[in-house]
Design a protein around this ligand. Structure first.
Ligand code: HSE
Length: 305
């Protein structure tokens, strides 16, 4: 085998209370690439998407992630990657993470799997460093592993797969631009202990809810008292739209990753569709174009097509 096609899914990072540590994967949208060996000892990139992706290897997240994996293997094997389908960059559903995950996963397959999926997270993270200035793993971990994931520690890296109950995500992407690097810069660096206590309680509550299939507990725990209040300022009418989602029956609603997308979780697909309509109407009411989609949790993660 010397050529392969790979799909890597969109992801929702943070999941309200878990800034930089929690995430889950969606069934769609996602990235699709083809990857093959070349004899040129370098990474060659082609772009068949409408997004004018950077094709210099040192500026492209997929190539940076893949190069970190090749460096760890001490190999100068060349690869040619063609981007076939791409999540819209800057939407807040892990576009750069999907690209990084697809590249390292595909090369790992072609090289006869020197690494486990879990081990690939450390390489895919390197793509996030050039995309946003920080090598966070809360998008790349669920993109690679599927389901809900927890980054228990960054040093050393310790990524845990959590149980994924049957639950439906609604994601609304308003057509406004929020760059991850900018929405990280505005965060406060000091947290009052009282807020930290609330956040710890919610993280533990959410993880417990996932383990016990307790939807009410999941709903109560989908609260972010640290990051959301700051980033909400970047999203017009954030609180109105969040309330519309909750009124339509969502268990909880917050910002997807660094925004501008919002996500909500619902117990049934029917509710998730009602929530989608309510959130969409919220943005339409203030004249902001938006895309909405509903997805179950993707339990498989990155895969060969
Ligand atoms: N945890 C990251 C953030 C996800 O919120 O900045 C964005 O990719």
């Amino acid at each position: 085998m010397n050529s392969i096609r790979i799909f890597a899914p969109a992801t929702v990072a943070n999941v309200a209370c878990g800034f930089d540590i929690l995430g889950f994967a969606l069934c769609s949208p996602g990235d699709e690439i083809s990857i093959e060996f070349n004899n040129l000892h370098k990474i060659i990139l082609h772009d068949n998407t409408p997004y004018h992706l950077p094709l210099e290897a040192e500026k492209n997240v997929t190539a940076v992630a893949l190069q970190s994996m090749l460096d760890a293997l001490k190999t100068n094997q060349g690869f040619t990657i063609t981007f076939l389908q791409k999540i819209m960059p800057g939407s807040g559903v892990g576009s750069s993470a999907a690209s990084s995950a697809a590249g390292v996963f595909g090369a790992n397959e072609l090289l006869d799997k020197p690494f486990t999926r879990n081990n690939l997270v450390q390489f895919a993270m390197q793509g996030e460093r050039i995309a946003s200035g920080s090598a966070h793993a809360d998008n790349v971990a669920p993109a690679l592993l599927g389901g809900f994931t927890l980054v228990r520690s960054y040093t050393p890296l310790d990524v845990i797969s959590l149980p994924s109950p049957t639950i439906y995500a609604t994601v609304v992407h308003p057509q406004i631009e929020v760059r991850t690097s900018d929405s990280r810069k505005i965060l406060r660096h000091e947290i009052p202990i009282k807020k930290a206590v609330e956040q710890w309680g919610n993280v533990a509550g959410l993880v417990t809810g996932l383990f016990t299939n307790d939807y009410a507990l999941i709903g109560r725990s989908l609260q972010d008292v640290i990051v959301e209040p700051v980033r909400a300022l970047l999203i017009p009418e954030f609180y109105t739209i969040k309330q519309a989602a909750l009124d339509a029956g969502a268990l909880g609603c917050s910002i997807s990753g660094s925004g501008p997308s919002l996500f909500a979780l619902s117990e049934t697909e029917k509710t998730a569709q009602k929530v989608a309509a309510a959130m969409q109407q919220g943005f339409t009411n203030i004249g902001i174009d938006n895309h909405v989609f509903v997805s179950p949790i993707n339990k498989e993660g990155t895969r060969v097509v």
